[in-house]
Design a protein around this ligand. Structure first.
Ligand code: FES
Ligand code: FES
Length: 166
């Protein structure tokens, strides 16, 4: 099949490949770039296990063609840790609050939560639950995922709080 050129930036690294027009972004990430954190949990765009951040938005990469991502800036779970290798507030929150069990939904869940906290840095419990409604988890019952996101929001808001207190 005819291949078309695609250039995009993933986790700060520019990549250039030729892809078939039908190649899904999730397959491109996993099979071509070996970015295997984002997962595939369904064929109907419900589960959100494939969630990545594309041009600042949460996107289910099973429902985008790689060719449509041409020129995009993308972040996956692999790009979440701090540059010094320590965990991001969200990753730490999921660990501390036991927001994962099998871990299969976690890359999508954390990537979604990352974008959610940019959209709404101080969400209520209801806003968190609504904000991750596109991400299914079969293990946790969500309660500890909510706590993990609250933990991260608190951590991320801390410098401001300190500044305000000064
Ligand atoms: S794999 Fe389920 S929404 Fe993408
Ligand atoms: S931790 Fe298993 S699906 Fe969420």
């Amino acid at each position: 099949m005819e291949q078309i050129p695609v250039t995009l930036t993933v986790n700060g690294k520019k990549v250039q490949r030729f892809v078939e027009p039908r190649t899904l972004l999730i397959h491109f990430l996993r099979e071509e770039l070996n970015i295997t954190g984002p997962h595939i949990g369904c064929e109907t765009s419900h589960c959100g296990a494939c969630t990545v951040e594309m041009n600042g938005m949460s996107v289910k990469s099973c429902t985008v063609f790689a060719a449509q991502a041409n020129g995009a800036e993308m972040t996956t779970i692999e790009g979440m840790a701090n540059p010094d290798g320590t965990l991001s507030a969200l990753q730490e929150g999921f660990r501390q609050m036991h927001g994962l069990q099998c871990g299969f939904c976690t890359p999508g869940m954390i990537t979604r939560a990352h974008t959610l906290l940019k959209e709404n840095p101080n969400p209520s419990e209801e806003e968190i639950r609504m904000g991750i409604a596109g991400n299914l988890c079969r293990c946790t019952g969500y309660q500890n995922i909510v706590k993990a996101i609250q933990y991260a929001a608190e951590q991320l808001n801390q410098p401001e709080t300190q500044e305000a207190a000064e």
